[in-house]
Design a protein around this ligand. Structure first.
Ligand SMILES: Nc1ncnc2c1ncn2[C@@H]1O[C@H](COP(=O)(O)OP(=O)(O)OP(=O)(O)O)[C@@H](O)[C@H]1O
Ligand SMILES: [Mg+2]
Length: 396
């Protein structure tokens, strides 16, 4: 490979800012794919795919068609919602993604009919309602499988969400064979289900957790494999630890590591390469993430513990929605400081992280003594861990 070809291959193999759209680059997620495909096969079933930011929801939605489309014809339009969308505009986007072929008579009506390709939105009524959407979805499609993917569902207003829920109800009641998949962050989906209990049975909830260690290492292996680079075990372990289950960070570290490899004509990714990749990733991190880190941790007092406590928060064990309790911070904090602290010694830090003065960087739920915390921006969390490694605060 020439250096320029290699550079191009590197950016194909590792894409920290773009969702995956190619099956060969997609790693893991077998459980979630299986649940989705099961819902698609079942008439009257629809699905929500929910999880934290950056965990890989859009990527899964993108490759779904290629997993079922090998021996079936599949129509799987995916659209992104935004705050200004109405029910009508959402479905118009969906129908404009579906192109149908129909027979038309030639001008003058003489001779045989001709095939014409037409986006479906040209054929639907002016103001779409749940009923007209159902009629449209049940009329076209023939033998093909139809999966409508509504991404960024959380951006819709309550009113539009309610109308989508009504649509699902009517699709389900009429056993229309199209499947609607709503994709969004966790909280909005739970709200939807709670408020529209009549649709609960029609909707399968599929949680996208953070990736398992072996799924993260598969991303690195696949990417580096494409570039003919091998990866040392220790180097792999460090990338996996730092990524915290977020594929975005695996791609970011992979990208920087691969560039260092190319610049130095190396063939095997080693620990020093990963450490250099960490510092390059920190330098290139989004400005908003760097600012959040500084706001949260700066203090005139030299012996303050804000950065250590935030690092320990980033390493704390969380539940499936990303929340941790004060006591989950104790163990990682002990490892960072080399001595054990009691919750009372760092409770004030946690509470400041939830206030405007330090960001806030953490969100707090539950009553006092049962507080649970979560990073408001989940992408800050691996950044904090990388800071810890690069400053030698977190034991290597
Ligand atoms: N299964 C996967 N295999 C390899 N890389 C993945 C996988 N899933 C996600 N990624 C990578 O992780 C990053 C985030 O993925 P994606 O944009 O799909 O997440 P998301 O959950 O839709 O995020 P958001 O909530 O911000 O919309 C991207 O760089 C993508 O390339
Ligand atoms: Mg997305």
């Amino acid at each position: 490979m020439s250096p320029l070809e290699l550079q191009l291959e590197i950016s194909r193999a590792f894409s920290p800012t773009a969702p995956i759209d190619e099956k060969s680059l997609f790693s893991g997620r077998i459980e979630q794919l299986t649940s989705l495909i099961r819902a698609i096969g079942q008439k009257g079933q629809h699905a929500v795919l929910f999880g934290e930011r950056g965990v890989g929801k859009t990527s899964l939605a993108n490759v779904l068609a290629s997993f079922i489309g090998t021996s079936n014809t599949i129509i799987a339009p995916r659209i992104n919602c935004d705050a200004g969308d109405t029910f009508d505009s959402v479905w118009r986007k969906v129908f404009s993604e579906i192109v149908i072929a129909r027979d038309v008579l030639p001008v003058g009506f003489i001779g045989s009919t001709e095939r014409e390709a037409l986006p479906l939105d040209n054929l639907v009524p002016n103001q779409l309602s749940p009923e007209s959407v159902r009629r449209t979805l049940s009329q076209f499609g023939g033998g093909s499988i139809t999966v409508v993917i509504i991404d960024e569902f959380d951006r819709l207003t309550q009113e539009v969400k309610r109308q989508v829920a009504d649509t699902i109800k009517t699709l389900s009641d009429h056993a229309v064979s199209a499947t609607v998949v709503m994709v969004g962050v966790a909280d909005s989906v739970q709200e939807l289900i709670e408020e529209h209990q009549s649709v609960e049975r029609a909707i399968v909830q599929i949680h996208m957790p953070r990736m398992a260690k072996k799924e993260i290492s598969a991303i690195i292996e696949q990417g580096m494999g494409r570039l003919n680079f091998t990866v040392d075990t220790e180097a792999m372990d460090r990338i996996v630890t730092l990524s915290q289950g977020l594929p975005h960070y695996a791609h970011l570290l992979g990208l920087h590591a691969a560039e260092i490899m190319a610049q130095n004509n190396l063939t095997s990714v080693t620990l020093p390469v990963v450490d250099k990749a960490i510092s390059n990733s920190l330098d290139n991190a989004q400005q908003s993430i760097k600012t959040a880190w500084h706001t949260a941790t700066s203090s005139p007092r030299k012996d303050n513990l804000f950065s250590e406590v935030l690092m320990a928060c980033a390493l704390a064990k969380t539940d499936e929605l990303g929340y941790f309790a004060a006591q989950d911070v104790r163990e990682p904090l002990g490892q960072i400081l080399g001595r054990q602290l009691e919750i009372a010694n760092y409770a004030q830090h946690l509470s400041e992280f939830c206030g405007a003065k330090r960001g806030p960087v953490l969100q707090r739920i539950g009553g006092s003594r049962r507080y649970r915390f979560r990073f408001i921006n989940p992408l800050l969390q691996p950044f904090v861990v990388m800071q810890g490694f690069s400053k030698n605060k977190i034991p290597h």
